[in-house]
Design a protein around this ligand. Structure first.
Ligand code: ADP
Ligand code: TRP
Length: 321
């Protein structure tokens, strides 16, 4: 089984990215042949500052490796190290109806917010389909917000295989972890870098503690029992600890006598402990830029081998070879 996912290098990773995308990918690297990449071409639809783009690529490589991506198990590479993806994207775009792309939420939402859309943003799902299909991926772990892009990919496979033969492209399945599809931000809305409500994975201690202390709560006085249903503190705490620890905090909420500040401190400590080994690994990796380049280079070589196999199959099927 081949597992594939990509992440855009578009700024500091937050714990929504971690629980929604990185941790599932890392857990899956033991279950098949994993291909994980840095979607740097995709990031260009929103990052047009060369220094920011190249810094973000490096940061994401560090983050991914620090969080447990094992280059011995997974093929780890930069999307732009395999430019073959554009040839496949072209083939796919010739069967992809405009309407399918016009309906994509990620595109529609940006346009609705007044972002002036470039062709790259519009064609984004076709390039994403090419990312997946170039490597014959079977399983694609993604967050809820990428579900529609996977549907576009599957539609495109249907069209290509109807036209050019059933074995031309491999139909991928999305894997979405429903239970943590939406990690809440410190204001209770979905955590997202666009909402300014994030907790970074690798933030500095003092600043991150300050952010945790800003988590929005109601105004129940210290001595009174506190509602547990819609608590942002509990929703986040659950991500880091075992069920008995969650049950203990629920009990303390219900008993009254402890203020929200106390619970936020407990949450902060759980957060800090969870990422401590990864923080240490990241510091070590940071000292060795050569190693990261080497890992990405050898990943790219392996990825290109696969890409060229798929492309020669597709070229033959469509009549280009
Ligand atoms: P952001 O919303 O901060 O811009 P991205 O869109 O770059 O994040 O998301 C990168 C990956 O992280 C995607 O797979 C996405 O589904 C996942 N992800 C982002 N935010 C969350 C969240 N709050 N909960 C769960 N997964 C998330
Ligand atoms: N669109 C994805 C995101 O924003 C990143 C991505 C690009 C991707 N190509 C992919 C994810 C292929 C999975 C498979 O998170």
């Amino acid at each position: 089984m081949r597992i594939l996912t990509g992440l855009q290098p578009s700024g500091k990773l937050h714990i929504g990215n971690y629980f929604g995308a990185i941790q599932p990918a890392i857990q899956l690297q033991d279950e098949g042949e994993a291909f994980y990449f840095i979607a740097d071409y995709h990031a260009m639809t929103s990052t047009q500052d060369p220094k920011a783009l190249s810094d973000n690529i490096r940061e994401l490589a560090l983050d991914f490796l620090a969080c447990g991506l094992d280059p011995e198990k997974a093929v780890f590479f930069r999307q732009s190290a395999v430019p073959e993806v554009h040839e496949l994207a072209w083939v796919l775009s010739t069967v992809c109806p405009m309407g399918l792309l016009e309906r994509c939420h990620s595109y529609k939402d940006k346009v609705a917010k007044g972002v002036s859309a470039n062709h790259g943003l519009f064609a984004y799902p076709v390039l994403m389909a090419a990312d997946i299909l170039l490597y014959d991926a079977n399983l694609v772990p993604v967050g809820e917000d990428q579900k529609q892009h996977l549907e576009v990919t599957r539609d495109i496979v249907g069209k290509i295989n109807d036209l050019y033969g059933a074995d031309t492209l491999t139909l991928p399945e999305p894997r979405i972890r429903e239970e943590i599809a939406k990690v809440p931000g410190i204001d209770g809305a979905k955590m997202s870098k666009s909402y300014n409500n994030t907790l970074p994975i690798f933030g500095a201690a003092k600043a991150t503690r300050k952010t945790v202390m800003k988590i929005v709560t109601d105004t129940t006085p210290v001595e009174e029992p506190k509602p547990t249903e819609s608590s942002n503190i509990l929703a986040l705490y659950k991500l880091f600890v075992t069920e008995p620890e969650v049950a203990k905090m629920v009990q303390e909420f219900e008993a009254g006598g402890l203020g929200y500040g106390h619970f936020k401190q407990t949450l902060y400590e759980a957060y800090w402990d969870h990422f401590a080994p990864m923080r240490q690994k990241r510091e070590e990796l940071e000292k060795d830029q050569g190693l990261i380049d080497e890992i990405l280079q050898s990943g790219a070589t392996r990825a290109r081998e696969e890409a060229s196999k798929t492309l020669s199959r597709v070229r033959k099927a469509v009549g280009l070879a």
